[in-house]
Design a binder for this molecule. Sequence first.
Ligand code: VG1
Ligand code: CO
Length: 545
Amino acid sequence: MKTVTTTPFTDQRPGTSGLRKKTRVFMLPGYLENFVQSVFDAVRELGAGEFGAETLVVGGDGRYYNREATQIIIRMAAANGFGRVLVGRGGILSTPAVSAVIRRRRALGGLVLSASHNPGGIEEDFGIKYNVRNGGPAPEAVTERIYQHTLSIKEYRTVEHDDLDLNAEGTFKVGGTEVAVVDPLADYTAVMEELFDFEALRRLFAGGFRMTFDAMSAVTGPYARHILEERLGAPGGTVINGEPLEDFGGHHPDPNLVHAAELVATLAAPDAPDFGAACDGDGDRNLILGRNFFVSPGDSLAVIAEHAQAAIPGYRGGLAGVARSMPTSAAADRVAARLGIRSFETPTGWKFFGNLLDAGLCTLCGEESFGTGSNHVREKDGLWAVLAWLSIIAHTGKSVEQIVRDHWRRFGRSYYQRHDYEGLDAVSAARMIDALRERLPSLAGTPFAGGRVARADDFSYTDPVDGSVSARQGLRILLEDGSRVVCRLSGTGTAGATLRVYLERYREDGGEGDVAQLLAPLSEAAKQLLQLREYCDRDEPTVIT
Ligand code: VG1
Ligand code: CO
């Protein structure tokens, strides 16, 4: 064992989902090591005690620096006395797969190496996140403790050891620690098989149903090929961009209408397949498309909630409840009300669903940012959402578009968009948000976008399970007719600031209206209220989803 003297980096506070920085920052001597040692110290202090009887899971999305970081972590885990380390073959594990492995192998926790949908490469982004024993992202009490350690760290522990061969399954001994290289697909596939009727899905494909799955040159390629093509019999070529690349082919592995342009074009072509789907860099987000038809993530959650019990064996017993992040559309709440189950509204970030799931208060969760999942793991899960949609299609015999239009006719429609203003000056953006926060109390009763403000506040969440409070989670302007605008700054970026403006308007019109047209007045009013031009010199969003 070797103790290395180090000095703190002051910028290691985890954001919405772990620590994300430019790759070159993570490659600075001691940067990754300081954070990993701080995780171990914080976890030990929070009651884990010594690690001799514990297992640590390590895996990432295959982006640039994934392999080097994995080797560093293995040596540090050995020096910190872990009994066992489980590593995905090639250093690969999708985020939901890490969650599945932690749960099935009863590990203490796991380190996920990913910056999700952010681009990869030496000039792009890298990230690391710690997941706890339930398989989910560390809650704020843990991430804050980790951050405190990064500010006072003086040394980290490692061992002298050659790099291990991670390319084949096998077991090694590093110091007193057993390191097992495991099949990254096995546990995850087993979980999917427990939930879904693979036989029914095989029949769907055997009957000529066609889909295109875009893995965006990221981690879900091997998972999708195995499950969709090998297990469910979808024809070869169903999975496109299925080879994980260190730079994701130079693209943003972000499954939305902008970055998944190739898939969107495929689904708009005259010979389009029946169904299209994509996942992000680390496999926890999903995009669902029908022929020439986009399913908004809020609608996707609501549709899955509507059909889960009838269409998916894993939910045959019914749902305990549904949870969504605050900016996500209220579509799922209406389904929950109809089903007579509870609905929850949490801050942005999957870590806030963990307690609700553990306590059995909800079964399904979702975020507007193309994240959907359930109590089968403690992360959002892209391929799970794809299998859920396939199951609903197989069960109803309807197309994606018909399923959504039926939903709108039954429940009404939340017209919804998110406008991202990327690359803002961080100081100006923070000033702009602070200024609006000041003015919120005076907004009630004032005219807004052709209506009137009923209430305006900064969302604060009290966790119903442990009572912890998370304040300042997004500025909300709630109108008298139920429409709303939410503004918040992103907590996952690595440079400058991104303003997210979420727009929602509910109509019982069968869903036939034009989204952009219906939401334009809300967008204009939001920009004026924020004084976006004055503070940030911007008029138009960079991405609309
Ligand atoms: C974004 C999304 C949020 C999601 C988070 C992590 O956070 O808005 O819903 O949970 O990314 O997802 P922010 O703070 O940038 O708005 V992932 O797939 O990037 O781990
Ligand atoms: Co992700």
